[in-house]
Design a protein around this ligand. Structure first.
Ligand SMILES: *Cc1c(COP(=O)(O)O)cnc(C)c1O
Length: 232
């Protein structure tokens, strides 16, 4: 468990250093601890070490852990979301990072309306156009955000991407750079029901490069909790 504390401290130190050299404010960067496969004892320990945001890629894992984890944390749904599961998490998650179809946006809007709330979402962009990944193509991003900006119970708060895995994180720098450019372009458009604030990019392997390229929301699993064990 002590490792978790040390790991979090190291990541925060890295964030501080990068922000200092780039003239940015470290407090503007949200660190999301990705807790897939991690048990609730470890999660609560991480929360005790100052983690305030948790990310899961499966609806089921949020449901399973929700009651056992400190109530003050904010949950983020960072993985692909099926429309038939929106109803389970609509009132539990702070931010849905993975809106990737009109149909999904429509369902989130409907459920949000039923629950009397406005749901913050990010649009997932598949910058590298990998077949194995979900997300909207970069060239379609503006049209897509325009279409979903008509939903009154959704607030588009930004963009998210999962960069291709590269042993050398420098290899994915162009991916982050392109997404930042698109983010700025969209922010200038002042579309209804949008408020471009969050740029969710960067994971254990590439978060430093992501921050250098303008990310303000990083999603870190392995670098906090160690290698995941999927066979438990
Ligand atoms: C698992 C996951 C992460 C964290 O990955 P690490 O490499 O363990 O930091 C971030 N984002 C998404 C969408 C994930 O599924």
């Amino acid at each position: 468990m002590e490792n978790i504390q040390v790991n979090i401290a190291e990541i925060k130190e890295e964030i501080n250093q990068i922000c200092q050299s780039y003239g940015r404010n470290a407090e503007d960067i949200t660190l999301i601890a990705v807790t897939k496969t991690v048990d609730t004892d470890k999660i609560n320990y991480a929360v005790g070490c100052g983690i305030a945001n948790l990310g899961e890629n499966k609806v089921q894992e949020i449901m399973d852990k929700y009651d056992a984890v400190d109530r003050n944390v904010k949950w983020h749904l960072i993985g692909h979301l099926q429309t038939n599961k929106v109803k389970y998490i609509i009132d539990k998650v702070e931010l849905i990072h993975s809106v990737d179809s009109i149909k999904l946006a429509e369902e989130i809007n409907k459920r949000a309306e039923k629950n009397n709330l406005i749901k913050d979402v990010l649009v997932q962009i598949n910058v590298a156009e990998e077949d194995t990944k979900f997300g909207i193509d970069l060239e379609q991003a503006v049209d897509f955000v325009k279409s979903i900006s008509e939903f009154e119970n959704i607030r588009v708060k930004g963009l998210m991407t999962i960069a291709p895995y590269d042993l050398d994180p420098e290899g994915v720098r162009p991916v982050f750079r392109q997404l930042k450019k698109k983010f700025d372009e969209l922010a200038q458009m002042n579309l209804p029901n949008t408020d471009l604030k969050h740029l969710s990019m960067g994971m254990s392997n590439d978060y430093k490069v992501a921050i250098e390229e303008g990310s303000n929301m990083i999603r870190i699993g392995t670098a906090i909790f160690g290698k995941r064990n999927y066979n438990k």
